[in-house]
Ligand binder design. Structure first.
Ligand SMILES: Nc1ncnc2c1ncn2[C@@H]1O[C@H](COP(=O)(O)OP(=O)(O)OP(=O)(O)O)[C@@H](O)[C@H]1O
Length: 122
């Protein structure tokens, strides 16, 4: 059935575009680079301290939330700069709010890391 094939091909193409977007994020965004580095460090820490299954899940969920929020924050910045490259108070507000969303996830990630690793270190 040609219709089904084109649907599948389109899905595969979409995955390709998404993968390209992820590589662009990792290559160009300093914040994502830092977050990826922290994600790798805590992954090693997870193995070193032999954290439980639920601790792994909490850690992985927070890594994905922080990094995907950062990706969306970058997309908002791109849109803002495209729509209005010059200085504007509203653009500043839009970017600050988008960055604030990443900050919320980051605070919770640090708290969860504390809950997991503090008892193991002390
Ligand atoms: N066009 C603008 N008009 C007004 N304020 C702006 C504008 N562009 C940036 N800002 C201010 O500078 C801040 C940083 O914006 P910028 O686009 O440089 O993000 P960034 O440093 O790349 O952030 P991130 O580290 O989250 O990727 C914004 O949160 C906003 O307060």
């Amino acid at each position: 059935m040609p219709k089904k094939e084109s649907f599948l091909i389109n899905r595969i193409k979409s995955i390709g575009f998404a993968f390209k977007g992820m590589l662009i994020l990792i290559r160009t965004e300093a914040s994502i680079k830092v977050q990826l580095f922290i994600a790798i460090v805590v992954t090693f820490a997870g193995f070193y301290f032999d954290i439980s299954k639920s601790e792994w899940m909490a850690q992985l969920i927070m890594i994905s939330i922080v990094m995907s929020m950062e990706g969306m924050n970058t997309a908002v910045e791109y849109i803002a700069d495209f729509i209005h490259p010059e200085y504007h108070k509203k653009i500043g507000l839009i970017k600050d709010v988008a960055a604030g969303a990443v900050f919320i996830a980051s605070i919770i990630a640090v708290i969860i890391a504390g809950i997991i690793y503090f008892p193991k270190i002390l």
